[in-house]
Write a protein that binds this ligand. Structure first.
Ligand SMILES: [Zn+2]
Length: 105
């Protein structure tokens, strides 16, 4: 691949990106300061980072425990990702009327 600016041969370099396993490929010109990322590898890295950022969101039903007490199960994905154990204490807070925040003590 040639530099679009000066027609010099471009150097292909792998660029490690924090939090991404796939390195992005970049093309650098040793003659001028032309520098570009290979679009395909850039997209891969962006997708990989997006996946990591998206929080675990699972739809679950509130179940009736006893009398007017309600409860919820933690499914395996949640248990595994947070390493929850039975008997563990958590703090429950309600920041607004659409959210319940559970904080592991
Ligand atoms: Zn160049």
């Amino acid at each position: 691949m040639k530099c679009p600016e000066c027609n010099n041969e471009l150097n292909k370099t792998e660029v490690e990106i924090e939090d991404a396993q796939t390195p992005a490929l970049s093309y650098q010109c040793s003659n001028c300061d032309y520098y570009n990322f290979e679009p395909e590898s850039t997209i891969k890295v962006i997708n990989e980072l997006k996946k990591k950022e998206s929080p675990l969101k699972i739809k679950q039903k509130i179940i009736k425990l006893s009398q007017d007490r309600l409860g919820m199960y933690f499914n395996q994905d949640i248990v595994k990702s947070l390493n929850l154990r039975s008997g563990e204490e958590i703090f429950v807070s309600v920041p607004d009327n659409k959210k319940i925040v559970l904080e592991i003590g």
